[in-house]
Design a protein around this ligand. Structure first.
Ligand code: ZN
Length: 328
């Protein structure tokens, strides 16, 4: 497992630069990092939900296992169900057996920390905070957030992008792709019906109507006194050059996100997601945006040949990237 995956991936704190609410220290998490158990699932999901009981530790109390009866705690059941939906999507649509494609156990920690305003993939497990109920509500309430976090796991076990700069923005981008594609599939939506918002279900009463990111209109997800303004660019002309957010991993991801949206409008979200998933298996840790474009276009061409995506898809995907200034 790479060093960057080991560090875990913080979402809200990095996404929303102005956030003053993340209290957990990285070191606390590192101390409690557990190692993957290695249990194989044999093609079926193997979930285990743990209640952190408002501590900053993983695997505090096992509260629901695969096939076990529902918990009286709705948070536990939401997390269990959504993780199951993500597992099924990758199994049925992409032919992938869990996060590592080898039946890895899916460990979920809920009620992590106190009013914790974040969710993250820690390299082995998914961790979900409760939010403070004002800015963010419980992170287990959002399928796209859960799919996004598990998407980081899948990227870790495939392209394994370095979590900084353009490769880091690709890490974020692919997670948003899966978050959005899975949400649309579960809601029986396609590109034109979908809202393309990430995390709108977890916005609390003080942020109601806002979201964390918009894939169709990067830079418009939120604009208020509490969080400031969404900084995501939607074109290479507005590429963020600064060093914050690991050199803009949650900022510049807006550029490929917009291209994915445009491609999905052209050929449908399911077909685009298949192209992106197959491309992810061929990309590598220090790949940049241009590399990703090249691989995604080549993959599209291959899938057209195989009859898995429609004729004309290659041109549409290439055009989608051109509209955001890629390749550069
Ligand atoms: Zn992320």
């Amino acid at each position: 497992m790479g060093g960057l995956a080991r560090q875990g991936i913080d979402e809200a704190r990095l996404t929303i630069q102005q956030s003053r609410f993340s209290r957990r220290k990285r070191s606390e998490k590192m101390v409690n990092l557990k190692t993957f158990s290695g249990k194989a699932s044999g093609g079926k999901s193997n979930r285990a939900v743990y209640d952190s009981q408002n501590t900053y530790e993983n695997r505090v109390k096992l509260v629901r296992e695969e096939g076990g009866s529902p918990s009286p705690d709705e948070t536990v059941n939401n997390a269990y169900d959504y993780v199951g939906q993500v597992f099924d999507y990758f199994q049925e649509v992409m032919g992938r057996d869990s996060i590592d494609n080898r039946g890895m156990e899916l460990v979920i920690n809920v009620h992590f920390g106190e009013k914790y305003q974040n969710a993250f993939w820690d390299g082995d497990e998914i961790v979900l905070g409760d939010g403070d109920g004002k800015l963010f509500t419980n992170f287990s309430k959002s399928l796209d957030v859960i799919a996004h976090e598990l998407g980081h796991g899948i990227t870790q076990f495939s392209a394994n992008f370095n979590y900084r700069g353009q490769s880091g923005a690709l890490h974020e981008h692919f997670s948003d792709v899966f978050g959005s594609a899975i949400t649309q599939r579960m809601a029986n939506q396609d590109a034109r019906d979908a809202d393309w918002l990430i995390g709108n279900e977890i916005m609390g009463p003080e942020l109601y109507g806002e979201s964390i990111r918009s894939m169709s209109e990067p830079g418009t997800a939120y604009d208020n006194s509490l969080l400031g303004k969404d900084q995501q660019p939607s074109h290479m002309d507005n590429y963020y050059q600064g060093s914050a957010d690991n050199f803009g991993v949650h900022i510049n991801s807006g550029i490929p996100n917009k291209a994915f949206y445009l491609a999905s409008i052209g050929i449908g979200t399911d077909k685009s997601a298949l192209i992106w998933y197959k491309s992810l298996q061929k990309l590598w840790p220090n790949a940049n945006f241009n590399d990703a474009v090249k691989v995604i276009v080549e993959t599209t061409r291959d899938l057209v040949k195989e009859g898995l995506v429609p004729q004309g898809a290659t041109q549409k995907v290439r055009t989608a990237f051109r509209e955001v200034g890629l390749p550069k």
